[in-house]
Write a protein that binds this ligand. Structure first.
Ligand code: ZN
Length: 337
């Protein structure tokens, strides 16, 4: 079954033709400053036309359009409810109507993080699971949940999005949500420069040579032996672990999938290097493509070091340590300051 798909992220949109678990073709289009939703939709339409022409696929062969959007979305109404200062005008546009008029195809829209979780369950790291939490490390910390096979939506489309706003430090810094010491305000892309700025001896660290430090630079300098970077990296790992443990207690999942590109990957690698065992973090293998990658060896890529005999095709270990291990890790995180 072929479908057209578009994922609206913060800096770009990715357009694709997908046939079940196979990616037939894709193309990224960069979002310009102050890009409105209407102009981006126009560019997505042009890209769909180009991709289908190139692959000799007609719109009639496609069953519909799937659209992921980085913002609050009502799947029932088929509309964007609100945006986070991106893609102005999105709530005013009836995207289902846009799809019918231009392509004569039905359209389903969903929040991008929930869409990612659905993808992991259907064709990725969480295949076969009905109870899954996905945590995404990036500029913020995203979180979405599926319980008993159903995505949590809630009356206002916000259920399951606790992720980055689990409190981890009551003496911490203000978060964008108005609370204090959320996981996101202590260990996410936007708060990392603030953490570094307040860190003792940060000015003598190799981190000082960067105009802006992201997780890539942090993990790289920590691995190279910089002690300040290593201490901040370890603090991030503890916060992410405490967050994941909190999500386990809230949603009772079988598996947690951690996404977010290099941050998730580096987090797992760094935890292994630090000798951390039985952390419940499960990374999404960055090179794993939907449809599986047979070149992956079947070793657990998460840092739990468990021989559980239950490793999926992306190399993720589909098991969690027992509750006492999780509780022990919460205590460690409480003393991280
Ligand atoms: Zn918050």
């Amino acid at each position: 079954m072929k479908v057209l798909a578009a994922d609206f992220g913060g800096s770009h949109a990715t357009c694709a033709i997908v046939d079940d678990r196979t990616l037939i073709a894709s193309e990224e289009i960069a979002a310009v400053d102050q890009e409105t939703f209407a102009t981006m939709l126009g560019r997505v339409a042009t890209t769909f036309e180009r991709l289908t022409r190139r692959e000799s696929i007609s719109f009639k062969e496609c069953k519909g359009i799937a659209l992921g959007f980085a913002g609050l979305v009502s799947t029932k109404a088929g509309r964007v409810l609100s945006t986070n200062s991106k893609y102005e005008g999105a709530p005013e546009i009836d995207v289902a109507e846009w799809s019918r008029q231009l392509f004569d195809l039905p359209l389903r829209i969903e929040n991008d993080a929930r869409m990612a979780l659905l993808g992991e369950v259907y064709a990725g790291a969480a295949q076969g699971s009905t109870d899954v939490v996905m945590m995404t490390l990036g500029t913020g910390i995203g979180g979405v949940a599926m319980i008993e096979g159903k995505l949590l939506q809630g009356k206002h489309s916000q259920a399951g999005c606790l992720g980055g706003h689990i409190p981890v430090l009551f003496t911490g810094r203000p978060c964008t949500c108005g609370a204090i010491g959320c996981a996101e305000s202590e260990a996410a892309g936007w708060s990392l420069p603030l953490v570094i700025a307040e860190w003792p001896e940060a000015s003598q660290s190799s981190l000082a040579k960067y105009s802006k430090v992201g997780f890539k630079e942090l993990f790289s300098e920590a691995s190279a032996g910089d002690q300040v970077a290593a201490a901040i990296r370890d603090r991030c790992l503890k916060i992410w672990s405490a967050t994941a443990v909190g999500l386990v207690h809230v949603y009772d999942p079988d598996i947690i999938v951690i996404g977010g590109g290099s941050a998730a990957h580096e987090a797992a690698v760094a935890a292994r290097q630090a000798g951390a065992e039985r952390i419940i973090m499960l990374e999404k293998a960055p090179e794993a493509e939907y449809g599986g990658n047979d070149s992956h060896d079947q070793k657990c890529q998460s840092p739990c070091n468990e021989d559980l005999g239950n490793v999926d095709r992306a190399g993720n270990c589909a098991a969690l340590p027992d509750r006492r291990e999780k509780a022990a890790y919460i205590q460690q995180a409480d003393h991280s300051q």
